[in-house]
Structure formats: structure tokens, C-alpha cells
Design a protein around this ligand. Structure first.
Ligand code: DCP
Length: 680
């Protein structure tokens, strides 16, 4: 049965903004002498001049394409300027591009809800801004229309009679008899043109945009006229656009589903889908996909623009094509360590700057097997709860790899000789962190942090320990290489692993596929199937800046104080949650009945085995009393605290309320505030 059309979405104003030849523009901003010249950005790998990953529009005119290598590009365009991607840790360093993308996002977000869709793409919901413009200063009454807006391409606008194109656009925008939807789009045209000009002014980057009533149509439109132009899809032109659009050009139809539609149903254009009743599509592809196909054939998409300026996940990856495939476990471990180091750094800066934490670590690999019947088998992706700290991430990623490898090679696979393994090779490796959520501010974050650390840290560590110590990788006799390797490497406990390591089904959209390409750039993976969400496992991030975080929990007061002072000096830029976490993590003020225990018991009921082990382990090293020097309170942590505590601390700051040695009375400490008696 056909679903009701989401009519309301027809009157939204959605824009999709896509940077033009983005990496090239970033490099040209760094080296302005390259502006206007045919330029391409190449992989740092110099084989045949490196693979091209971004090509300027000037170079495209000469036939330079992304699929080429540097040498081929030189053949078709001898004057092409090849710029190498920056390198760090032996792999492409994309941080400059990511930061440039963030600059753009911060500008685009000024006029409406903004969703960062990839390193260089953004969706905007400009409905409110358009409605407001329509109410206050409608375009129909404007005397002058901005030149950039007049350069818009409006689908369905007849420009073939030789009339002035800009004049036609002006008339379209000025129409008094237009319906509400077109009037809103007219506002969208002006707003997006203004935003794009602002991006150019502030960042020197050009971008292109699509403006329509939903995300799907806006995305389709943004690529239609590039570079530095915008395309508009009025409601009346939707059918014309989709009727002839090749089915594989549609987002999410570039893969197997698109092929099936072509081969099995004879659908070549989106318009061809119109002939099928919804039931038929549901019968063939399932309820949801069937309905989705029925909707897209009519240009219907209710997908919301998510308010998200930050990436959904962080990833670090590298490809090892052809002869560079990794064929030994130590080689894989070496590269995994590099990737994990980068991932860990990004997680820490996300925590520091955005107060966000990731919950899931996932390992993806591509591999080949040369001599076995099931050589088509894919290397399984694996995921587990994410523990912060480079060493922990490295350890966990390596365990995930080993689990994946065992599954991949099967019981009889992976014959190894000396330091060389035969039979398999790894052609790409990536690690990613997903399920990233903000840390709730204030009390909640503090309590949750400790609660998470106490529960999942221990359960996860147990699993991990088991992984490391209890079992060996089962391999046939004669697998010397593996045996050798395993002597010094974590071993795998498969029964335990079942509950810890999960198979991961990546749900990559087209953008993600793009991002997974040659440089394995900013991979926005999400949609991993991973039900088992671990609470916060943050400890290691702080370890990035100082190494002994676990021991801190059992340090005595004087050690704590001197170390805290030292850290505070080093940690000038730490703010908010980060600081307060560090402060509290370093020393738990509550010997018993503390806010931690209280929160913990309240939340998990004290029935979990890890609860008691937490209490025992943690409290053994804890002292009865706690005091701290109020001068040591970093002012940046103040805003993290509930107002009541802020007031209390401020009052201590007043000289007449200070005790002679500046030590806060025990009864006035934050621990007291959080203690059960105070709460009740
Ligand atoms: N990228 C990459 N590897 C790929 C594809 C893209 O590293 N296989 C990087 C380089 C691009 C950036 O991502 O500059 C954005 O990719 P786009 O597909 O949006 O392409 P461009 O921005 O380069 O060009 P266009 O103007 O066609 O969007």
C-alpha cells in the first residue's frame, strides 16, 4: 500500500554545499603562485608520480583525471603542477584539509541547521531563514538582486530563446504570482549566494551548491554546475530531472541495488521506477527499501538535516597496493600502530576541543589469499569498545586484527615460513572510532565518567586481559612464523572474544566510499552494527599528556598535589570537562559512601561483579581525608560545575573566607557536595 507523501517536506529549503576540487584549493591557498594553473594533488607515494586525488578545473580541461597517476597527467598536460599530500607517520596527513573544511563549516552554519556530511560537503536547512526573509524583506520586492544569485541555474527555466539568462533568473526571483514553495526557494537562492560569497571572502575557497526542497535533490543539484555555481530545483522541475537521471547516479544506487534494478527490473533511469507499484518494489527489495525506491522516483525524501558540525567518526587508514601488500604479522602491527597513534591523537583533540568521546573501535582490512578456494572471502571487519590511550588502542586494534585474520584464513590457512607468511596479504588497513557522543556537562559528566570507568573499564580490561593471556591462535603445525610471532604478541582467547569483539557490518554510503579511497581519508563511518555500547573509557586520553593515570588513583595526597601542579602548568589549553576530569580522575576524594560509589550504586544497583571489584581496588589506595589548595582550581573548570558549587568555590576565593593555609575545609569540599547525605 502506498505510503502517504510527506507533503510538508515540499516547503523546506535545503542546500547542499560542495567545495570545488577541495584539496587543490587548500594547496593553492598555501602556495598562491599555483592559482589559475592546472594543478593536481597526488598521493605521497611517488610510484609513477603518485595517484591523483584532486584535480583543478584548469587541469581537467586538458583531460587530467583523478584516476590517473602523476606521470600520466604529465603526458596529457605537461605543465600540470603536482603537489604532494602532506605526510606524517609514513602516510597521508589530512589534518590540513580537515581544518580547512571546518573553517568553511563554521561560516555556512551561520544561517541555519548545518550538517557536515564529509570533509568538504555540508547540508543546510535554510527553511527558517527563508521564511524570515519572506516575511521581512521578500525578494519579490527587492530592487537589486546580488550578481552571484543572478548566476544561479534554475532547472526548468527556459533559457533557450536567446534571452538574457540573468534577466530570466531575476524575473523568476521577482515573480509575485509564484507559489509559496518557489518564493521560499527564491530566498534560498539569495541566502546561499551570500553564504558562498562569505566563504570565498573569509577562506579564499570557492564552492558549489544545490538548492531544493530536500537533501536528495539538493545533493543531486550541487554537482550539476561546477565550479563556483549554484543550481536550483523548483518543485515543478523535479519530475523532469528524475525522468532521465541514470539510476546509478542516485545516492545509494551506485552499487549492488542499482545493478539489480538495472539487470532484474530493467530500470535505467530514476523515472523508469515510476511504472512499479510500491507493493511490487517492496516484494522485490523488502518493505523499507521498496518504499524508499517508490519515494525517490517521485523526488520524495523526508530525511532531515542533522545539526552536526563535527564528524560522526574518526578514521585512519592506509592502502598497500600490489607489491606493497603486508605479508607478515609484524608488518601489519607496525602500520596498525601508526594508524592508531593518529586516531588516538584525533580522539584526544576531539575530547579536548569538543568534549566528545567515542565508544567503538573498528578495524577494517582488505586482504587477498592466493591459494585457497574461498579467495573471494572478505576480511571481516571487527569492533570492540574503545579504550582511550594510544597503547590501549594499539593493543585492541591488533587483537581485532588477529581475530579477523584467524577468521579470514580459516583453520588451515596462513601457512608461514620464517618471517614471511605465505598465502595472504593485506592491501588496506584502517581503524576508526565511532559512536561519538558529547560528554554531558557538569555533575553528570563527572559522575558518568567515573561510573563508566569503574564499570566498563574493568569489564573491558578483563576481556582484554583474557585476550592477551589465555589462549593462542590455533594454527596448523608447521606455522613457525605465527608461533614465533605469538611469543611476543597478544594471543587470542576466542571464547571470551565472542562477547567482546564484534563483527562489524559497515554501512558506507557513496561519500564514505569516496573517503575510503586512495588516501583513506576522513572516513565518516557510521551505522556499524554494534549493540554492545561500552560506557566511557577515557582514561588513556589523559595518558597522552601524562603517562601514569592508573596509579594516580592510589597516590597519596602530597603526590597528587605536586603532580597536579606540574600538570596544570603544562596544560594551559585544557578547559572545561577535560580539566575537571583530570582533576577528579587524579584523585578521588571519597573514601566511602562517596559520590562515585553513590552514583555507581544508584545506577547499576551494585549488583555487577565489577562494582565490587572497582570499590575494592580503588578504595584500597584511598585516604580518609582530602583537602586541596583552592589556588590550584583551574578557573576553566568552574563552568563545568553546578552553580551551587561554583558559588561555594567563589566564596572560598574571597580572602576572608580562606583558612590560613589556603586549604579548603573538608566539610566544604566538592566531595561533600556530592555525598549522599548532602544530596538527600
Ligand atoms: N578525495 C580523495 N580520494 C578520492 C576522492 C576524493 O582523497 N578518491 C579527496 C580529495 C578531494 C576531496 O576528497 O579534493 C573532495 O572530493 P570530491 O569528490 O568532492 O572532489 P573534489 O572536491 O576534488 O572535486 P569536485 O569539485 O569535483 O567536487
Amino acid at each position: 500500500m502506498p505510503v502517504a507523501k510527506p507533503e510538508s517536506s515540499d516547503s523546506r529549503v535545503i542546500a547542499h554545499v560542495d567545495m570545488d576540487c577541495f584539496y587543490v584549493q587548500v594547496e593553492q591557498r598555501k602556495q598562491p603562485q599555483l592559482r589559475g594553473l592546472p594543478t593536481a594533488v597526488v598521493q605521497y607515494n611517488e610510484w609513477k608520480g603518485g595517484a591523483l586525488i584532486a584535480v583543478s578545473y584548469e587541469a581537467r580541461k586538458f583531460g587530467v583525471k583523478r584516476s590517473m597517476r602523476g606521470e600520466e597527467a604529465k603526458e596529457v598536460c605537461p605543465q600540470v603542477q603536482l603537489v604532494q599530500v602532506p605526510v606524517a607517520r609514513g602516510k597521508a596527513d589530512l589534518s590540513g584539509y580537515r581544518n580547512a573544511g571546518s573553517e568553511v563549516v563554521s561560516i555556512l552554519a551561520r544561517r541555519g541547521r548545518c550538517e557536515r556530511a564529509s570533509i568538504d560537503e555540508v547540508y543546510l536547512d535554510l527553511t527558517d531563514a527563508a521564511e524570515m526573509m519572506l516575511a521581512d524583506n521578500p525578494p519579490q520586492g527587492m530592487e537589486t538582486i546580488d550578481e552571484e544569485a543572478l548566476k544561479s541555474h534554475i532547472l526548468g527555466l527556459n533559457n533557450e530563446d536567446g534571452s538574457d539568462v540573468k534577466e530570466n533568473v531575476r524575473k523568476w526571483i521577482h515573480r509575485h504570482n509564484a507559489d509559496h514553495r518557489d518564493k521560499l526557494l527564491a530566498c534560498g537562492i539569495l541566502i546561499v549566494a551570500e553564504l558562498r560569497m562569505q566563504v570565498l571572502k573569509e577562506t579564499e575557497f570557492t564552492c558549489s551548491a544545490g538548492i531544493a526542497h530536500n537533501k536528495m535533490l539538493a545533493k543531486l543539484a550541487s554537482g550539476m554546475n561546477k565550479p563556483a555555481q549554484q543550481t536550483v530545483v523548483p518543485f515543478s522541475s523535479v519530475k523532469g530531472l528524475l525522468d532521465t537521471l541514470p539510476i546509478r547516479k542516485m545516492k545509494q544506487l551506485g552499487g549492488k541495488l542499482g545493478i539489480s534494478l538495472q539487470m532484474d527490473m530493467g530500470v535505467n533511469t530514476v523515472g523508469d521506477l515510476l511504472q512499479f507499484p510500491e507493493e511490487k518494489l517492496q516484494e522485490r527489495y523488502g518493505i523499507n527499501t521498496g518504499t524508499w525506491l517508490w519515494n525517490i522516483a517521485r523526488g520524495i525524501s523526508g530525511e532531515e538535516v542533522e545539526g552536526r558540525l563535527l564528524p560522526k567518526s574518526h578514521g585512519s587508514g592506509k592502502t598497500f597496493p600490489g607489491p606493497r601488500a603486508l605479508k607478515t604479522v609484524p608488518a601489519v602491527q607496525h602500520w596498525l600502530n601508526q594508524l592508531c597513534e593518529e586516531l588516538s591523537e584525533r580522539l584526544c583533540s576531539d575530547l579536548d576541543q569538543n568534549k566528545r568521546i567515542a565508544h567503538t573501535l573498528t578495524l577494517h582490512a582488505r586482504a587477498y589469499k592466493s591459494s585457497y578456494t574461498d579467495s573471494q572471502k572478505k576480511f571481516p571487519s571487527k569492533s570492540c569498545p574503545l579504550r582511550y590511550g594510544t597503547a590501549k588502542i594499539q593493543e585492541d586494534a591488533f587483537n581485532l586484527f588477529q581475530a579477523g585474520l584467524r577468521e579470514y584464513i580459516g583453520f588451515y590457512g596462513g601457512k608461514t615460513q620464517g618471517s614471511h607468511c605465505s598465502g595472504w596479504g593485506i592491501t588496506s588497513l584502517s581503524v576508526s572510532a565511532s559512536k561519538i557522543v558529547p560528554i554531558p556537562s557538569g555533575t553528570c559528566s563527572i559522575a558518568k565518567y567515573f561510573q563508566g570507568q569503574s564499570t566498563s573499564h574493568f569489564s573491558s580490561m578483563q576481556s582484554s586481559d583474557n585476550l592477551n593471556t589465555e589462549a593462542t591462535l590455533s594454527l596448523p603445525s608447521g606455522s613457525e612464523c605465527y608461533s614465533e610471532v605469538n611469543l611476543s604478541e597478544p594471543k587470542i582467547d576466542f571464547p571470551k572474544e565472542e562477547s567482546w569483539i564484534k563483527d562489524t557490518v559497515p554501512d558506507l554510503d557513496l561519500q564514505e566510499q569516496k573517503d575510503l579511497s586512495s588516501t583513506l581519508s576522513e572516513k565518516t563511518q557510521d551505522g556499524f552494527i554494534q549493540e554492545d555500547i561500552s560506557p566511557l573509557l577515557l582514561s588513556g586520553c589523559l595518558e597522552q599528556n601524562r603517562s601514569k593515570q592508573q596509579q594516580d588513583l592510589t597516590k597519596d595526597e602530597s603526590q597528587f598535589k605536586s603532580e597536579y601542579k606540574e600538570r596544570k602548568g603544562k596544560r594551559l589549553k585544557d578547559k572545561g570537562t577535560y580539566s575537571i576530569i583530570e582533576l577528579f580522575k587524579s584523585y578521588n576524594p571519597n573514601p566511602s559512601g562517596s559520590f562515585l560509589s553513590h552514583e555507581y550504586n544508584r545506577t547499576v544497583g551494585g549488583t555487577d561483579a565489577s562494582s565490587s571489584s572497582y570499590s575494592r581496588d580503588e578504595e584500597e589506595g584511598r585516604r580518609e581525608a582530602w583537602g586541596y589548595n583552592i589556588d590550584e582550581i583551574d578557573s576553566s573548570v568552574m563552568e563545568e560545575l553546578p552553580t551551587e558549587i561554583q558559588d561555594e568555590i567563589k566564596s572560598w576565593m574571597q580572602p576572608h573566607k580562606r583558612r590560613p593555609n589556603n586549604m579548603v575545609q573538608r566539610s566544604c569540599t566538592i566531595s561533600h557536595y556530592f555525598s549522599p547525605s548532602k544530596k538527600s
